[in-house]
Design a binder for this molecule. Structure first.
Ligand SMILES: Cc1ncc(C[n+]2csc(CCOP(=O)(O)OP(=O)(O)O)c2C)c(N)n1
Ligand SMILES: [Mg+2]
Length: 560
């Protein structure tokens, strides 16, 4: 049965009879989503059955289901896929405990502006909010989700499904990018009704503010000591940031989320430890897609410093300090225009190559005491191809990687941003590797963080995900232990760990596993791991206590 109706876009279209689940899947496919990271349960059985019925059907494009062993695996994998591709990714879990199990990754997706769509089950529609003690019922699930994401809604009819999916996906790219959530009740997924065609919804771009671009060009053009700071919002504007850096002879500082925007082969690319001295000297700062958390909150600010902000979120620039100029929108079109306007205002600028190389050399000398972290990172960098993706963790090697692991391309260094949530790495890296089978993905982890999601080794084997994980085993929550030793008179508490035999553990799932001691052995093991493309590899490196990196991360006031 098909009848003409107006779809919610106002376009006349041919309505087809289908279930809510079918309507959701059709719209996800129209948006190019071909995988859903999903853990089933009765609330979503009709949705999973719709997935089963489309799988392998002649003429129907499939959505692949990757089913993890815990809901946090579903949401972290969707997050990793989103970070590695910059494209929308989806996960689906049951309500209540399933939703809450997935929530740390949703929170991280919010912090990282990652386009993750959460599809969450619900109790029977008419009983939502009545506290009747249904399976998986949680008070105000919609309210919980609304605190975690900027855009959320509930699908209540098949007719509404395509529009809501389209609006959810659009919302993930409007203003501050980030996750969105859709709930759907147990009795709505399988309900059938007429569903109209849904056009893909364009993402509106705010027009580039010409006056503000001119003001920014004048300030930057006249600057004596310009500095650029690149955050996650600059990842899509690598060529533009690099060009501006050279036009201005301005160093570009990045730390976690902005790494790779400018290649570390470029002497203008600098890392956090050089940040305070450059910030102290700067007269004009161009901050692209960053909260400027450390500079404004910790390094200080005074009226001799003009800060120009480029941000997708109109609320962001004035949150801490009123900027000299605010440019609102995606970085790429704004910076392209700035590159066009700048030459009319730019001073003649001799190369700062020599000065910057001297600064780099001095900082390398200071960082050199961070061993064995630097040598292990050098072994990884030597084996991971230039376009290979490195997934950071909250561990000793991770902290030093943020400061000193060279990154050459955008989106090849995934770091959890300000949530810095231990245990995100392994499952996030699995999602990244699943979404980017064309490049090797490497996850580093400590023994503490690994066991947060180690059960996903089963998922990696089941779905043949060729992720290589390097686990640095010090038998401790090492970072916590060092703080207890140094700051709390060696009163150790809750920081020692009883571990499994990690090699046997991984092998028992059917994974490839090795234990290595030296950097040379690590390189050989990495080569073997990257060559194996039909399943996961775990490389354990037993280590002792490592020197603290914190003096290079938490730095004090330098101005104001
Ligand atoms: C979700 C979460 N819980 C707790 C912490 C606090 N934390 C930071 S580092 C750390 C220990 C990490 O241990 P491990 O993974 O073994 O790395 P190591 O420091 O030993 O290299 C802990 C508990 C955190 N960052 N995130
Ligand atoms: Mg440890």
């Amino acid at each position: 049965m098909a009848r003409k109706q107006r779809n919610t876009n106002g376009e006349a279209g041919t309505a087809k009879r289908m279930t809510t689940a079918e309507a959701v899947l059709g719209t996800l496919l129209a948006y190019g989503i071909d995988t859903i990271y999903a853990l089933p349960g009765i609330h979503n059985d009709d949705f999973f059955d719709a997935l089963a019925r489309t799988a392998g059907r002649e003429g129907a494009a499939d959505i692949r289901v990757i089913h993890p062993r815990h809901e946090q695996g579903a949401s972290y994998m969707a997050l990793g896929a989103a970070l590695a591709t910059a494209k929308p990714q989806a996960y689906c879990v049951v309500p209540g405990p399933g939703m809450l199990n997935s929530s740390a990754a949703l929170l991280t997706a919010y912090g990282m502006n990652a386009p993750v769509l959460a599809l969450i089950g619900q109790i029977p529609q008419d009983d939502i909010g009545r506290a009747l003690a249904y399976l998986h019922e949680v008070r105000d699930q919609a309210g919980i989700l609304a605190r975690l994401v900027d855009w959320s809604a509930r699908i209540e009819t098949p007719h509404d499904a395509p529009r809501l999916v389209a609006e959810a996906i659009r919302s993930m790219f409007v203003g501050r990018p980030g996750p969105a959530a859709l709930e759907c009740a147990i009795d709505v997924w399988g309900r059938a009704g007429p569903v109209g065609e849904q056009a893909l919804l364009p993402v509106p771009q705010p027009p580039v503010d010409e006056e503000a671009v001119k003001a920014a060009a004048k300030r930057l053009g006249a600057a004596k000591r310009p500095l650029i700071i690149a955050g996650g919002g600059a990842q899509e504007a690598s060529a533009e940031v690099t060009q501006l850096a050279h036009d201005l002879q301005a160093p570009v500082m990045s730390y976690r989320r902005g790494r790779g925007v400018v290649s570390d082969r470029d002497w203008l690319s600098v890392n956090l430890p050089l940040g305070p001295e450059l910030w102290a000297e700067a007269d004009v700062v161009l901050a692209v897609g960053t909260h400027l958390h450390a500079p404004l909150l910790h390094w200080g600010y005074d009226h001799d410093l003009a800060v120009i902000r480029v941000d997708a979120d109109p609320e962001e620039p004035a949150r801490l300090v009123k900027p000299a100029v605010a440019l609102i929108g995606s970085a790429q079109p704004i910076l392209r225009r700035l590159i066009e306007v700048l030459p009319a205002h730019n001073a003649r600028r001799p190369s700062r190559a020599e000065e910057m190389q001297e600064r780099h050399a001095r900082m390398r000398g200071r960082l050199a005491r961070l061993e064995p972290q630097l040598s292990y990172l050098a072994a990884i960098r030597a084996e991971l191809p230039e376009d290979g993706i490195f997934v950071d963790e909250v561990t000793q090697l991770g902290f030093v990687s943020r400061l000193a692991y060279p990154v050459y391309r955008p989106r090849t260094y995934l770091s959890p941003g300000y949530q810095d949530n231990l245990g995100w790495g392994f499952a996030t890296a699995l999602g990244a590797q699943h979404a980017r089978p064309d490049v090797p993905v490497l996850s580093i982890t400590g023994d503490g963080g690994f066991l947060f999601t180690a059960s996903e080794m089963a998922t990696a084997v089941r779905h043949r995900i060729p992720l290589v994980t390097v686990l640095f085993n010090d038998g401790a929550f090492g970072n916590v232990r060092r703080i207890q030793e140094e700051k709390y008179g060696n009163r150790l508490i809750a920081s020692d760990l009883a571990n499994p035999d990690f090699v046997k553990f991984a092998e028992s799932f059917g994974a490839n596993a090795m234990r290595v001691k030296t950097e040379g052995q690590l390189r050989a093991a990495l080569r073997r791991g990257f060559a194996k493309r039909d399943g996961p590899t775990l490389i354990e490196v037993p280590v002792g206590a490592m020197p603290s990196p914190w003096e290079f991360i938490l730095m004090g006031r330098v101005r104001g």
